[in-house]
Design a protein around this ligand. Structure first.
Ligand code: GUN
Ligand code: ZN
Length: 432
């Protein structure tokens, strides 16, 4: 008989989107409750979990801790792991100075493997169980990430970056090879185990219109694949896009005109949007991804989380490692809170936790598999210690209610707060 695991603790539950309905109707914490895992899935939650557990279930006592879905990082660059926190540049010179030289190194498959495994171990340490990552232009960099994810049982979205201009020669493909290599990778990986392929033009400035068209054609041939790219991150970048694409109505139009706009499109950053772009993204049902530590670190701007999410825009949350300065979705939630404060809005802890799990899962079109603790979904779980350091513990001790005890860990927590991590029903960290 398959072993059942009963996790005891406070359990985070979602019944809706806390940006489009009152947060306390959408998000609940079942205090001193339980969650039951059988095989790779969640079997039951709450009192039903205790009832269904039976006498043979293995008990994992996390009393006082928070059991939540594993974090879902909706936009990252695993190849940038070794150059995270590089000093003093803004987007375009940051790419040229630090990013491209490091990405060239991933042309060596052994190095790509080492970085992919290092990255996946780091994100697991931080309680992240799924990522959507850009790879490099090298097909081997995609194999490295999907193989590493497969070994760990992780549900990962990834794709080969495509660039045929404005990048070093060693990082350029062509319209045709971008199409051919992406197609081969998509055929090899998309839907294999828990792997999902995303067609991945880096961003409009590093692709010719011909390359964007070729990738648009590939996506049209495989409409169930995802498409990930960047949109309107910095003002200088937008001016450059206007120069490179004089006929485009705006930045989004460079994708729209080339078949790279759709409900399964995932657009990172999306900070400086025009009213047309805002309307179009929402009408189409495309996702935008908020990358707050990156937006402060590279100096990009203040994403309008509340404005967009309340209007029904699909929004995910992400580290954007290594433009982002952290692997931690706790740190990322804290930065999202701070950016909203600078815009005069207070995001509730319930909204932040939803964004980092169910919100990001929805952005990746994987909400029926990950991002929520419900029967039948994958047992991808993170357990947070709400008193992981003396500084946090003394604050949590004063908490008047459970949300007051959770918020200090969001604002001050790091990988020390991650008590255990389960992926596909397996305890990969902690798990007492
Ligand atoms: N725009 C194009 N490429 C990148 C990248 O690697 N990181 C970030 N933050 N923005 C980009
Ligand atoms: Zn990015």
């Amino acid at each position: 008989m398959t072993i059942r695991h009963l996790l005891l603790g406070h359990v985070l539950q979602f019944s809706g989107n806390p940006f489009t309905m009152p947060w306390d109707s959408a998000v609940h914490i079942l205090e001193n409750s339980a969650l039951l895992i059988e095989g790779t899935q969640i079997l039951a939650v709450g009192e039903a979990a205790r009832t269904a557990a039976g006498p043979d279930a293995q008990i994992h006592d996390h009393t006082g801790q928070l059991i939540l879905p594993g974090f879902v990082d909706a936009h990252a660059h695993y190849p940038q792991t070794a150059m995270i926190a590089s000093w003093g540049k803004r987007l375009i010179d940051w790419l040229n100075t630090y990013t491209f030289p490091e990405e060239i190194r991933l042309g060596d498959p052994a190095y790509a493997n080492a970085i992919a495994n290092r990255y996946l171990d780091l994100v697991l340490d931080h309680g992240t169980t799924s990522v959507a990552s850009f790879c490099t232009i090298h097909p081997g960099s995609v194999d490295a990430l999907f193989e590493g994810a497969e070994q760990r049982g992780m549900a990962v979205v990834a794709g080969k970056i495509c660039m045929d201009r404005n990048a070093p020669d060693a990082l350029q493909d062509t319209a045709q090879t971008a199409y051919d290599d992406s197609k081969a990778l998509l055929t090899r990986w998309h839907g294999t185990g828990r792997a999902i392929y995303a067609v991945t033009p880096r961003f409009s400035p590093t692709s010719t219109p011909e390359q964007l068209h070729a990738l648009g054609a590939l996506w049209a041939e495989h409409p169930d694949a995802l498409m990930q790219t960047h949109l309107s991150e910095q003002v200088d970048e937008i001016v450059w896009v206007q120069e490179l694409y004089p006929d485009a109505r705006d930045y989004l139009d460079t994708y729209e005109a080339t078949g790279l706009m759709g409900a399964r499109g995932i657009y990172g950053h999306a900070i400086h949007l025009t009213p047309r772009e805002i309307d179009r993204l929402r009408e189409v049902g495309a996702a935008v991804v908020h990358c707050p530590t990156s937006n402060t670190f590279i100096g990009s701007g203040l994403f309008d989380l509340m404005g967009l999410a309340k209007a029904g825009q699909v929004v995910g949350l992400a580290t954007d490692t290594g433009g982002g300065s952290s692997f931690s979705m706790l740190r990322t939630m804290a930065a999202a809170y701070e950016i909203a404060q600078l815009r005069g809005e207070a995001v509730h802890a319930a909204q932040l936790l939803w964004l980092a799990t169910a919100g990001s899962a929805a952005a990746l079109h994987r909400g029926d598999e990950i991002g929520t603790l419900a029967p039948g979904l994958a047992a991808d779980i993170c357990v947070l210690d709400l008193a992981s350091t003396p500084a946090i513990a003394q604050r949590a001790h004063e908490a008047a209610h459970v949300w007051d005890a959770v918020f200090p860990t969001i604002m001050m927590g790091d990988d020390r707060a991650v008590a255990s991590v389960w992926v596909n029903g397996q305890p990969l960290r902690g798990g007492n």
